[in-house]
Design a protein around this ligand. Structure first.
Ligand code: AMP
Length: 276
């Protein structure tokens, strides 16, 4: 892969990169289309990164379908699909970690402390291997996007980070490879996550500014469906992820909920109307 990247660069070609864990849906494809328009050569990776899963999490059952992924990649104009093996990225002697101090202490990092350490380590490695000029990440994983931007700034990594909006099913459910775990009933219950965000937007439009009130309402909506539990619901600063109690500027509302055993995340940037 490094030799391909060097060849592209020697020939003056611009490389765009989309790292993924595979099992493609429209969200992944929208990132690839955006990346394709930003560069001459489009490289994607498919790698279910063991470093970011806790032993109790779904590494072994994570959905995989390489044949279908490759067909989608070809249709979307991908030039190279990089699919490393875990043993080659993390040989026995591997001991380096890339980790951030502050941003991973919020939201998903609280109950999944290994997650972002694993993400930043693997993305650093992939950047060194693929040598992209630009990389595209989804706003669905808003915290991940902030963390990657911070890492790139902090370490002077010469890759421009771009983002793409969350792709949703027609009824609003954020697309996710993990949606494939949901039964038909759970698929209905999962919609509560999106509904809770939409309701927050409506409340804000009606002039409610108190985060506690909005979060309580969101919690009620999610818990009103059987089998749903809440991991977190936060309203926070769009850059630092620190809690915001009174909404007087654009904020991130981020939700993580379990639908049965399936953990889903979603978010929305809420923008208060200055007039109200
Ligand atoms: P994953 O394969 O889930 O690790 O995701 C790979 C990339 O796709 C990440 O940058 C995600 O943020 C992005 N992504 C995942 N789901 C969506 C979605 N529904 N809309 C937009 N981007 C997404």
């Amino acid at each position: 892969m490094q030799e391909y990247a060097d060849c592209f660069r020697v020939r003056g070609k611009k490389i765009a990169f989309v790292p993924t864990m595979g099992f493609f849906h429209e969200g992944h494809l929208s990132l690839m289309r955006k990346a394709r328009d930003l560069a001459d050569e489009l490289v994607i990776s498919i790698f279910v990164n063991p470093l970011q899963f806790a032993p109790t999490e779904d590494l072994s059952s994570y959905p995989r379908d390489t044949k279908s992924d490759l067909a989608f990649a070809e249709q979307t104009g991908v030039d190279i699909v990089f699919m490393p093996e875990a043993d080659s990225l993390y040989p026995g002697a591997f001991q380096t970690r890339v980790s951030l101090d502050q941003l991973p202490r919020h939201l998903c990092g609280i109950n999944r402390p290994q997650l972002f350490n694993g993400v930043t380590t693997v993305v650093s490695k992939l950047f060194n291997i693929v040598k992209p000029h630009v990389a595209v990440f989804g706003e669905k994983d808003f915290q991940q996007l902030l963390i990657i931007r911070q890492m790139v700034n902090d370490l002077n990594i010469d890759v421009k980070i771009e983002s793409a909006p969350t792709a949703r099913d027609p009824d609003g459910l954020a697309m996710s490879s993990r949606n494939s775990y949901l039964t038909a009933d759970q698929r209905e219950n999962a919609l509560a996550v999106y509904r809770s965000l939409q309701n927050a937007k409506d409340l804000l439009e009606k002039g409610v500014r108190d985060s506690t009130v909005i979060i309580d309402e969101a919690k009620k909506i999610i818990l009103s469906y059987p089998g749903n539990t809440v991991d977190y619901i936060e309203i926070c600063d769009v850059e630092t992820l620190d809690d915001v109690n009174m909404i007087d500027k654009p904020v991130l509302m981020a939700v993580a909920a379990f639908v049965g055993k399936v953990r889903l995340i979603d978010n929305m940037v809420l923008v208060p109307d200055k007039q109200k």
